[in-house]
Design a protein around this ligand. Structure first.
Ligand code: OAA
Ligand code: MG
Length: 496
């Protein structure tokens, strides 16, 4: 830590951490686990975003497995080249929508690598059981196509049948090589492919889309927990989203599912409390003809509204959620409007990295005169507003996916079910303590994350058993203890 702290530039810390991961993996994880709050922003969001943007020029040693269009027909062979044979979790991207930074092509590899480091550090999966994969189908990023240091195929993205066949071959090869209990986590695909891949493989493979489902679960946890501060039940609230992509519609769907279970009515009824704004304005019935399929369920009866601020004034949400990947969109006017009709406006600025955040923590507190309950996807430092210290929470899927994955692995789950996402949300929300609420936090601190992950894993595994989707029988009695006992710890073996 002493050497790492010599670097002022976050990217230099990132490079030093990657070098350490290569040189001494145990020490890397020991450091990360013991200093999680300090190092998470280095190996993960936001620094990993900058690392992906500059991946070609900071490249030292290869990490992860690249599968390109050129390997079509030979993917199984390529998988067999990977030195580790017993893989439990694969995180895969095609780099088309890296965080809120757009198409970074092959340089998106930083994301699977970073996510899997967290699987080990936060969730206790063995490093050797984790496989980062980047599928290289080209990039439409002109700057990268003209960059001499670009590490991927220099061609525009393959689409349609060529793309589908490559992904299909990959998914089949994965199942053939590692069996049906390997978890495949899709990460940072563009909307059109993300929804399609999840629905295509969710009935044949153990698949999980972190941006759709992981984000949904972490946000729902934050909302359940925030009810302690704002009062009422979930069904008493009105939700407005800026952004109707993977995160936005994923979160909206999970909130609706939770509300429908609470009020014992169909999910269509619950959806009426939830409104989405996309780049063309409020999603309303009159736009149905031109909406992408994943937005259609959110088209409610209302006159067209173009601007977010006007949608806020018209809908009067109690909860405002930013998930569009576009920064600085929660303007002073938007936050002030939220604060004008809410005693404690709940504002979640989820887009990553920090540059894409809808507003900063300081802005949320200042513009709401210290009344907002705020959390963001990327971390912000505590804010001193008029003598009071506010600690913003980090509503990042990193709270959920490591424990969620651990729960699937220890139970030998063969499929993911939405009820498992609800189980993860409830477990996370239950970990928020009074001392956290006192600081305005709706998430527990990351410093306890391994314990939190064990609780999430246990609740998820319990649901896997309950749904009859577990293959590891019999069910362990104490699932929290069992989850803890399965976790990898970076200790040296003792030699005599
Ligand atoms: O990586 C993160 O910090 C969260 C995430 O999945 C994304 O923004 O795509
Ligand atoms: Mg992501």
């Amino acid at each position: 830590m002493h050497s790492l702290r010599q670097y002022d530039v976050p990217l230099h810390k990132y490079i030093a951490m990657m070098d350490l991961q290569e040189r001494n993996e145990r020490l890397f994880y020991k450091l990360l686990i013991d200093n999680v709050e300090e190092l998470l922003p280095v190996v993960y969001t936001p620094t990993v975003g900058e690392a992906c943007q500059k991946y070609g020029s900071i490249y030292r040693r290869p990490q992860g497995l690249y599968i390109s269009l050129k390997e079509k027909g030979k993917i199984l062979e390529v998988l067999k080249n990977w030195p580790e044979k017993s893989i439990q979790v694969i995180v895969v991207t095609d780099g088309e929508r890296i965080l809120g930074l757009g198409d970074l092509g092959c340089q998106g590899m930083g994301i699977p690598v970073g996510k899997l480091s967290l699987y080990t550090a936060l969730g206790g999966l063995r490093p050797s059981a984790c496989l980062p994969v980047t599928i290289d189908v080209g990039t439409n990023n002109e700057q990268l196509l003209n960059d001499e240091f670009y590490i991927g195929l220099k061609q525009r993205r393959a689409r349609g049948q060529e793309y589908t066949e490559l992904l299909d071959e990959f998914m089949n090869a994965v199942k053939q090589n590692y069996g049906e209990k390997v978890l495949v986590q899709f990460e940072d695909f563009a909307n059109h492919n993300a929804f399609e891949l999840l629905s295509r493989y969710s009935s044949s493979h153990l698949v999980f889309n972190d941006d759709i489902q992981g984000t949904a679960s972490v946000v729902l946890a934050g909302l359940i927990s925030a009810l302690k501060l704002v009062g009422g039940s979930l069904a008493d609230h009105t939700f407005l989203f800026l952004g109707a992509g993977e995160a936005g519609t994923g979160i909206a769907e999970l909130i609706a599912l939770k509300i429908s279970k609470q009020i014992k009515s169909p999910v269509e009824e619950a959806r009426k409390k939830i409104w989405l704004v996309d780049s063309k304005g409020l999603i309303v019935k009159s736009r149905l003809g031109s909406l992408q399929h994943f937005k259609k369920p959110w088209a409610h009866e209302h006159e067209p509204v173009k601007e977010l601020v006007d949608a806020v004034k018209a809908i009067k949400p109690t909860v405002l959620i930013g998930s569009s990947g576009v920064g600085k969109t929660f303007t002073k006017e938007v936050v002030e409007a939220m604060a004008s009709f809410n005693e404690k406006p709940l504002i979640l600025a989820l887009s990553n990295p920090t540059s894409q955040s809808e507003c900063t923590a300081e802005e949320a507190y200042k513009w709401s005169k210290g009344r907002a309950i705020f959390a963001s996807g990327s971390p912000f430092d505590p804010v001193n507003y008029e003598g009071k210290v506010f600690v913003p929470g980090q509503a990042n899927n990193a709270y959920i996916f490591p424990g969620f994955g651990l729960g699937l692995i220890i139970s030998g789950a063969i499929r993911v079910h939405d009820d498992m996402l609800l189980a993860a949300s409830e477990a996370l929300a239950a970990q928020v303590k009074q001392e956290n609420y006192d600081k305005g936090l709706i998430y527990p601190p990351f410093s306890n994350i391994r314990k939190i992950s064990a609780h999430i894993a246990a609740n998820v595994a319990a649901k896997v058993y309950e749904l009859g989707l577990a293959s590891h029988l019999p069910r362990p009695k104490n699932l929290v203890k069992y989850a803890e006992s399965c976790m990898y710890s970076p200790v040296y073996r003792s030699y005599r």
